[in-house]
Write a protein that binds this ligand. Sequence first.
Ligand code: NAD
Ligand code: IPM
Ligand code: MN
Length: 353
Amino acid sequence: MKVCVLAGDGIGPEIVAEAVRVLEALRSDGLKIEMEPALLGGCAVDAAGVPYPEATQKLAREADAVLLGAVGGPQWDALPRPQRPERGLLGIRKDLQLFANLRPAILYPELANASTLKPEVVSGLDILIVRELTGDIYFGEPRGIEVRDGQRVGWNTMIYSEAEIRRIGKVAFEAARKRNKRVCSVDKMNVLETTQLWRDVMIELSANYPDVELSHMLVDNAAMQLVKAPKQFDVMVTGNMFGDILSDEASMLTGSIGMLPSASLDANNKGLYEPSHGSAPDIAGKGVANPLATILSAAMMLRYSFNNEAAAQRVETAVKKVLAQGYRTGDIWEEGTRRVGTREMGDAVLAAL
Ligand code: NAD
Ligand code: IPM
Ligand code: MN
């Protein structure tokens, strides 16, 4: 299997290095994997003038999977929109047609006190957020900023086709079948036509999944319910923008955004694997970032793209073990546990493997 490795910006190189070490350890135990680095995001802008250079595109297209850290940072925030690092990320997602973003929010028992919510609210939490990733207001045309009647206006287009809704719905229903057989579809149908269509298509699709219970929730209530009683959810399926926001919210149920991995898949399980968090410019270069979301993303890569459940579980078990041993980066640290940096956390995972 060929994996294109995109460290990206900010803490990206630090956290990806630890995931790569884990994969190298598995390789020395027989995992067939080749890793090739390339540039995406701000580092690509600096080196090649664009956030998703052709060389990266070629490598990513040829690869069986892509491992990514994060992109972006304040030094690139003033650039014209097409050159922004985030455009590189959106570009690769669209180019590889990675429409299905899986963001599992699982609370490891050892982190029950790291969450800002009461332990009894989050203990045993296991939610899968299925976020549509290549449509919605993120990609809708037309869009822009222009002067109308003497003042600037900005506008975007929120749009979904029924085919786009159906294919992400299928992913959610299929995933629910392997879990607790419940799908909650999140929309804003009381206001937005695009999400009325979303709800209609979900209801039509549910006829093919009589064994899965479908419910609907408006996104504002869903945001509230996620902190009030998150364990009511099994699979949540939603559009690109609502999914972006709800998955960051869900990450804090698990203790830290540094714990939330993600897989972005196409129709054939070719995938891009990245933590759900960003480049964390505030802690970049300090060696303190939590690498576990990235290591757990590598585990998702083993599961979905390598079809190697045993290797995926081996990595996940190692992560559970280091948490049980008390290793904590700053974001999940609490009294009585052992505070470590990014590299030491990686060392601990390697030892546990
Ligand atoms: P962020 O996720 O980078 O950071 C939010 C907060 O969480 C910060 O306090 C940060 O220190 C902390 N944090 C994030 N990851 C952590 C980790 N692994 N360990 C410990 N703490 C961690 O979000 P932001 O500050 O809004 O965005 C910063 C930049 O990242 C922006 O340029 C944004 O566009 C970009 N971004 C990129 C991605 C991506 O590449 N997938 C995702 C989100 C944001
Ligand atoms: C994420 C990020 C991206 C998104 C940005 C950086 C384009 O927030 O992966 O969640 O909004 O999808
Ligand atoms: Mn996000």
